[in-house]
Unconditional design. Structure first.
Length: 155
């Protein structure tokens, strides 16, 4: 009985030294081919580089313009800020005026509660009170002048 293995279908691995030798022998050819391809595609690469620079510059300009418009006219931009500042000043002035008016009323209330001269003044003016022996003279209200009725305006 013969037990031999046939090697016809199995690949034989090359010697590692032989593969390295082939690589070293073909290296100058690969470098020459790479240099040829680089020279062949250099104009296209230069053009793409220029387009990329122009596109990046354009994008920066558009972004800067958008940012400027957003800062000036956006929801919280300078225009809105100035309007809000003016509104704040108006409201602050209103509050100051109302505070002063409130202080005057508080002083008037305090004087009406404590000052006898102020009480007397208000009683004379508002309620028409008088002291014993005083006579109050009130002038009558003048009658309204009547315009002459003519029919000349009804033509």
């Amino acid at each position: 009985m013969d037990i031999r293995v046939k090697r016809s279908g199995l690949p034989v691995l090359p010697d590692p030294e032989e593969g390295l030798r082939n690589l070293v022998e073909r290296a100058p050819q690969a470098e020459a081919w790479a240099e040829q391809m680089l020279e062949k595609f250099r104009p296209r690469l230069t053009m793409l580089y220029g387009i990329r620079r122009r596109a990046a510059t354009g994008a920066v300009v558009v972004l800067t313009g958008w940012l400027f418009l957003h800062v000036m006219f956006g929801a919280n931009g300078m225009v809105v800020y100035r309007q809000k500042k003016a509104e704040y000043q108006t409201l602050r002035n209103d509050i100051d005026g109302l505070t002063k008016e409130n202080d005057q009323f508080m002083q008037q209330i305090n004087s009406l509660q404590t000052d006898p001269k102020m009480i007397e003044k208000e009683a004379r003016e508002q309620l028409h009170y008088t002291r014993h022996g005083e006579v109050v003279y009130v002038s009558p209200t003048p009658p309204e002048p009547q315009s002459p009725k003519t029919n000349s305006a009804q033509k």
